[in-house]
Design a protein around this ligand. Sequence first.
Ligand code: HEM
Length: 421
Amino acid sequence: MLPMFEFNLSTDPRGRIFLDPVAFADMDHWHEVARELRNDAPILRVEAEGYEAFTALTRHAEVFEVSRRSDIWHNTQRSMLMPDWLWMFILSLGIDPKTLIHMDGVEHRDHRQVANDWFKPAAVRHRQADIEAIADQFVQRMVDLDGECDFAQDLAVPFTLRVIMTIFGVPEQDEALMLRLTQGIFGAADPEYLGDMSDPSALGTSAIREFGEYFGRISADRRNNPTNDLATVIANGAIDGCPLNEHAELWYYIIVATAGHDTTSYGLSGGVEALLRDPEQRDALAADPSLAANAAEEMIRWTAPVRHFLRYAQEDTSLAGQEFAKGDRVLLSYPSANRDESVFANSMTFDIRRQDVGELISFGVGAHYCLGSQFARREIRTLLPKMFDRITDLELAGSAEWAHAPFVGGVKHLPVRYRVT
Ligand code: HEM
């Protein structure tokens, strides 16, 4: 049996909030600790047994600066935090992660270019009719559920999954498989997604294998029968005239499927949770659909579903007056930076009318800026007015539950009740 997650810190114990999946199950507490850190230890050295040391950056300014300087600060293949044993285990299985978030420099630029046009604002605008049709289906599902549901599992998860699968060109009947696989890769620390496997690492690795098999078949098909979907773009992608190899292709599919789904669903479910904690804002949004675009931005700021990325110094450098040696690594804490009181007025208050929401950093900054941000925004702002068109008196019917996930996470269960109009 492989070791499970353990946390023995030799530095400030508050560093635990970045490591421990369970810390992400209570985000009110998490944000209290992060606020303290922003004020008294914004550049926090974290040393924990079993983890290579890192420095956690909790303020907006440093998260922004490091992201922007992708010449000095590289993602590398270890851009996600994990215990050293897990990384060694992944390598021992012959798994060699290589997505956009594991690449730097020219290699990253060239690979990003393969799908870049697909995600440009003008291209995404053409998908608005698809997003609306899918939003209608899921609002209808909510109507059919007749007054009570788990907003996260009945609506946010399947709605965002269907959008991404439609873009991909994956048929509806394979959505359940895709859901299991994406949760297997990114939700692997959460006990709820372990199913009958007792080892989270085994779940993640078997998900990667199954992904490969599934998309291998899709790719072969799209090379013979090209359509206008994203699978066709990836299957026929080329760099300097050379087709992407099988490995690069697989990881392209994985990054879009995983990055494009859980993130947006957590933004939506956590955003609605915050909205329902404040009936005045809920009623204002229900009454005025023109607030939806700003509300969607605020939901994405508030939830920051991507909890971190790591960056590695490529040379000796300094940041906020501190010296970093070549090879040092820093953790960019998006949830904390999004609550930075020096950037956002009343940063700890959810406010759908927020004027400074444009400063949100949930999608990162610079060369790795989220490729799918246009989709995420559109999905949320399209669904909200449609939902309030058909239902009223939406309220919490129990406690929200957060995923135990230190990389991508948020509200995984949200019991609500409502009236159908
Ligand atoms: C609320 C929803 C989302 C959030 C919060 C989010 C957040 C992020 C963040 C923080 C990054 C890394 C940025 C950086 O390093 O500077 C990223 C990268 C990425 N995201 Fe998203 N994302 C979301 C939705 C999506 C969607 C819907 C898609 C696809 C349809 C997507 C695809 C990607 C891809 C492919 C990358 C890698 C880009 C690169 O490294 O060049 N994301 N996202």
